[in-house]
Design a protein around this ligand. Sequence first.
Ligand SMILES: Cc1cc2nc3c(=O)[nH]c(=O)nc-3n(C[C@H](O)[C@H](O)[C@H](O)COP(=O)(O)O)c2cc1C
Length: 174
Amino acid sequence: MKRVLVAFASKRGSTAEIAQAIADTLQEQGLSVDCREAGDIRSLQGYDAVVLGSAVYIKRWRHDGKDFLGRHASELARLPFWVFSSGPVGDPDAPSDPAWLEPPRIIERASALGARDHVVFGGRLPLHPRGPIERAMAKGIPEQFHDRRDWNEIRAWSIDLAAEIQAATAAARG
Ligand SMILES: Cc1cc2nc3c(=O)[nH]c(=O)nc-3n(C[C@H](O)[C@H](O)[C@H](O)COP(=O)(O)O)c2cc1C
């Protein structure tokens, strides 16, 4: 059975939940999946494919997500891998700066290493805001837009991803 790593960098838990939902769907589709914090991974040995996701804060990925790309660059360049960001909250119809959603240099780096896709999933503000910035964001955003994660979208993406992983790993085997 093909082994897949879903690695995530999350500060307040919502990206971890997205990663777990992806992992559960991949598993349902017949893959063997580990879902782990990006900062805990020492080696990619034994994995046939990798999915890496990070929360976005002030137009940046979390340190552990960014660091993962650097530390495992040579292994990632050899493996099929996919990337997601989790971020946008607030009114989906309000205009937003593209750099707010997708930190451009991270995406360039991932693409240079051969990432096959990068997707942005809606995020979620912390359930219990801490500190003045989180509290101001929570106050400024209508409650119905605090959690923009779309579980149907995440599941549909993961089902397609499972098929892509099966195809990519079968091709790698020759
Ligand atoms: C202080 C702060 C800054 C944020 N900056 C961004 C940002 O630049 N771009 C974005 O899309 N989302 C931004 N968000 C939304 C978070 O990315 C979103 O809440 C995400 O789901 C948090 O993930 P986590 O719970 O895994 O830490 C920000 C949220 C906070 C509280």
